[in-house]
Design a protein around this ligand. Structure first.
Ligand code: ADP
Ligand code: MG
Length: 137
């Protein structure tokens, strides 16, 4: 999928969210500014009553929770020291729960990702053009 601006990525996220199920773990790859958080905004809007402008990347706290019919667990692991810190914080439990996990910078915990993780890669093509690619592991 190619999007031509942030609104299109948000919209793609809203629609794609309809296919998600409880327990899904979604790993979001891409450089800073690729659009990972923008995509999460769309998913949060679709599945909770939280507005997209209330969604910010939890860079320092690592985790934000948005309550909806299904809870959404939004991780930003950019500053994580390593997988051990993730384990120490008890975060692994969220992968086993009833919610949906959305993980920015999942490479920090690559070996901890569950088998059925959905991998989404966002690539910067031009100023406002991005490629969104989904694969299942
Ligand atoms: P990340 O979480 O990957 O660091 P963000 O979603 O926070 O990225 O930021 C993406 C930035 O790029 C935003 O400022 C957004 O407005 C801009 N942008 C421009 N075009 C697009 C696009 N097609 N999709 C997503 N974001 C875009
Ligand atoms: Mg982000």
């Amino acid at each position: 999928m190619i999007t031509e601006n942030a609104a299109q990525t948000l919209d793609w996220g809203r629609k794609w969210a309809q296919s998600l199920q409880t327990g899904d773990v979604i790993a979001l790859y891409g450089d800073l500014g690729a659009g990972k958080t923008t995509l999460v905004k769309g998913i949060v809007e679709a599945l909770t009553s939280v507005q997209s402008n209330e969604v910010v990347s939890p860079t320092f706290s690592y985790l934000n929770i948005y309550e909806g019919k299904v809870p959404l667990y939004h991780f930003d692991l950019y500053r994580l020291e390593g997988a051990q810190e993730f384990l120490d914080k008890g975060f692994l439990d969220f992968f086993e729960g009833e919610g949906i996990c959305l993980i920015e910078w999942p490479d920090r915990i690559q070996n901890l990702l569950p088998k059925n993780t959905l991998h989404i890669t966002l690539s910067y093509l031009e100023e406002e053009t991005r490629r969104i690619h989904v694969t299942k592991s």
